[in-house]
Design a protein around this ligand. Structure first.
Ligand code: S3P
Length: 187
């Protein structure tokens, strides 16, 4: 944890609330919100299910990596990453360079309930999505935990509560005041 970080990076499994919470926190801090999945879609010119279907997961991961590489110069941003962005070691290093890495977690049941609300996640287009979530979570949990500098469990929190919890951790880590119009470097 160093004061050189002026960005927040949100990692976590699909449905952990990275984008929805990220947007709220960015607004509260007066930071720009960036969603790496949206940048991948912009670069590829297709939505995520189409990228997976036409070009495959490896291609998606290559574009995802190059998106992360393009973010290392940023300041005062909240960056929400795709659930698999931490899988490559080089990406985990990039994420630490980009900012303070916060893992959002939730129980398996809550995650499954949330991801079941939309069908835009090709990795869950399986015969038994419930089992897929359980398997992927078991595989990824240690990777998420190793990549994170701070963890927030959102299972029982409303969105405003989760935002308060996140802001409290940010304040603790950096001494940032969320209502400060300035970033941590100038604060
Ligand atoms: C993925 C998560 C998705 C998206 C892609 C792959 C993953 O992002 O990047 O479908 O490997 O977990 P969200 O976590 O925003 O759903």
């Amino acid at each position: 944890m160093t004061t050189q970080h002026t960005n927040l990076v949100l990692i976590g499994f699909m449905g952990s609330g990275k984008s929805s919470l990220g947007r709220l926190v960015a607004r509260e801090l007066g930071f720009q919100f960036i969603d790496t999945d949206a940048l991948v879609v912009e670069r590829a010119g297709f939505d995520i299910p189409t990228i997976f279907a036409l070009q495959g997961e490896d291609h998606f991961r290559e574009v995802e990596k190059s998106v992360l590489q393009s973010l290392t110069h940023l300041n005062r941003c909240v960056i929400s990453t795709g659930g698999g962005a931490v899988l490559r070691e080089e990406n985990r290093e990039l994420l630490r360079q980009i900012g303070f890495v916060v893992l959002l977690t939730a129980s398996e049941e809550v995650l499954f309930e949330r991801v079941s609300r939309n069908k835009k996640r090709p990795l869950l287009h399986t015969q038994n999505p419930r089992e897929t979530v359980a398997r992927m979570l078991a595989e990824r949990r240690p990777i998420y935990e190793a990549a994170a500098q701070c963890v927030i469990d959102t299972s029982t929190l409303t969105r405003p509560e989760a935002m308060d919890a996140l802001l409290a951790r940010v304040r603790e880590a950096f001494g940032w005041e969320p209502h400060s119009p300035r970033g941590p470097e100038e604060a």
